[in-house]
Design a protein around this ligand. Structure first.
Ligand code: B12
Ligand code: SF4
Length: 470
């Protein structure tokens, strides 16, 4: 069986034009190799015309094409699959977040022969095995966890596979791309090659806008500390990469596990630098010390919203505690990013101005302002549907940077104005400028990146994205 795996990427909306390591399909490739399917090839497709990607796929004469998609890349994945069907006899399979969120709808749209929801490392090689012996029987397909397909005019949906033991999966296979082409784009690790590493999957919380609970379940699944350290070591030895991005939803959900991981990698690869996501509420001095000592250069935190505490787990203990964490990280040499969501249906200029009064107590190094996006399959989308709100049906807009909801009290232009206003307010105030001066004193070469950051926050408002229904 000749297998081709693709994770198409679009940069529009992702401002710094960063190409990400296609980690989802790298995980699948290694699972295929482990199962003995040696003719598995991974193809990089970044911001490419679907015709071109499909042409490159066809040249590899595949028997099976697996495509990975988030919601905003799903339309592109469909176009590639359609063209592959026209030019080859390959079976097409879709996986990834969009497929996991609304499997019934996606398979009904008819562009893919099969779909896998949940984790793919077990399901995909089983499907390859089933197809290798000619058209598989219903009985065989029924044994493949997470498989979704059409059968006699109806839909068949097998329950997804969520592993209890992530060590059972081999390390992602990175041999089809040059890891040095994926780089960091932040002041503290400018242009350093970096790899994405996933230590744990799943999150026990259920924030109403998030896809995690549905896509991976509410269980926090963890790799063993030695297994994780071994992958970092391999990345160092084989690819000479020293900067890592932990893709875990929350690295510190189980702090004892984190401590053991940090200890393991400090003895295996003592000088690595890493970036990951945590939760402000659970940070304390001991954790911050361990984070800094184990090589963190940046931590990201979702603050999301102050006025929606009843719809999410508490992400903060208090404003004072949150700013204390940010300050202590800074003193320990770690940068921080906070994410604050704007553009909820009942947002108004007055409401966001009120939120700003709390937001301005923070001096995190970076502020992310994603737009509220009602991803299919989330509680958020269901709520809006029940209220009869108008939402875009163009999935390519679902990149958290393009408006997708028709707001009650604001036009798209107002939302963008307030986004630019918040960015300027955040950066051009004495409390933040003091942080920048301190950072530049620490390392003068940072002057240039901060200059860019300020310039972006000034010109941000001039780059209009599409209106909500354009
Ligand atoms: C780490 C992460 C990132 C990282 C790296 C992303 C990456 N892996 O390439 C960064 C920070 C860069 C990032 C950026 C973005 N992200 Co992000 N990110 C995550 C996070 C926290 C984990 C994703 C991950 O790596 N999982 C581990 C991998 C191995 O799992 P996986 O991709 O699902 O793949 C498995 C299965 O799905 C399946 N599978 C996948 N593909 C295929 C294909 C086939 C054929 C088969 C059979 C199976 C299969 O098998 C795989 C192995 O088990 C999630 C998590 C969350 N809170 O839910 C959000 C999440 C994926 N991100 C999301 C979004 C929206 C974005 C951004 C658009 C945000 C933005 N505007 O900046 C950008 C997009 C960047 C881009 N150009 O693609 C959304 C996606 C929602 C959706 N329905 O599409 C999520 C779910 C968060 C959310 N809002 O709920 N992200
Ligand atoms: S804590 Fe983070 S990963 Fe968990 S449900 Fe909320 S937003 Fe999603």
């Amino acid at each position: 069986m000749r297998i081709v795996l693709v994770q198409p990427q679009i940069h529009k909306g992702y401002r710094l034009n960063i190409t990400l390591e296609p980690i989802s399909v790298a995980c699948l490739k290694s699972a295929c190799l482990k199962a003995g399917f040696n003719e598995t090839k991974l193809l990089l497709a970044s911001d490419e015309n679907p015709e071109v990607t499909a042409g490159r796929i066809a040249n590899l004469k595949p028997d099976l094409v697996g495509i990975s998609a988030m919601t905003f890349t799903y339309p592109l994945a469909r176009q590639i699959a359609k063209r592959v069907k026209e030019t080859t006899k390959a079976v097409t399979v879709l996986g990834g977040y969009h497929a996991s969120m609304i499997p019934e709808q996606v398979i009904s749209e008819g562009d893919f022969d099969y779909l896998v929801h949940g984790m793919g490392e077990v399901s995909f090689p089983m499907l390859v095995g089933a197809l290798a012996g000619g058209p598989p029987s219903f009985a065989t397909l029924s044994t493949i966890p997470g498989l979704v397909w059409k059968e006699n005019g109806g839909l068949q949906i097998n329950p997804p596979y969520f592993s209890e033991n992530l060590d059972e999966f081999p390390f992602p296979d990175r041999s089809d791309y040059d890891l040095r082409s994926f780089r960091e784009h932040c002041a503290e690790a400018w242009k350093k090659p970096r790899a994405i590493v996933i230590g744990s999957r799943g999150c026990p919380f259920s924030c109403f806008f998030c896809c995690s609970a549905k896509a991976f379940g509410k269980k926090h699944m963890k790799r063993s500390p030695t297994n994780l350290a071994e992958e970092l070591y391999e990345l160092r030895q084989k690819y000479n990469v020293n900067h890592f991005y932990f893709g875990d939803e929350n690295l510190f959900l189980d702090r004892e596990w984190f401590y053991s991981c940090a200890e393991s990698w400090m003895s295996r690869v003592p000088d690595i630098r890493w970036f990951g996501f945590g939760m402000l509420r659970i940070m304390d001095d001991e954790l911050i010390r361990s984070v800094a000592k184990s090589g963190a250069f940046r931590l990201g935190f979702g603050v999301e919203r102050f006025d929606m505490a009843d719809k999410m787990p508490d992400k903060l203990k208090s404003l004072e505690h949150a700013e204390y964490v940010i300050r202590t990280l800074r003193v320990n040499g770690v940068f921080s990013t906070i994410h604050f969501i704007i553009g909820f249906p009942d947002d108004s200029v007055e409401k966001l101005q009120k939120e700003w009064r709390k937001l301005r107590t923070f001096t995190a190094d970076y502020l992310g302002l994603p737009l509220a996006t009602p991803y299919p399959g989330t509680v958020f989308r269901k709520e809006l549907e029940e209220k009869g709100m108008e939402m875009s049906r163009d999935w390519s807009r679902y990149d958290m940077d393009t408006p997708t909801i028709k707001l009650d009290q604001m036009r798209t232009e107002d939302l963008e104005t307030i986004q630019s206003w918040l960015l300027k307010k955040y950066h051009f105030r004495w409390a933040y400028i003091k942080v920048v001066l301190w950072r530049i004193k620490e390392k003068p070469s940072r002057l240039i990146t901060y200059f860019l950051l300020f310039a972006i926050s000034v010109i941000h408002g001039h780059f209009r994205s599409r209106k909500w229904n354009e």
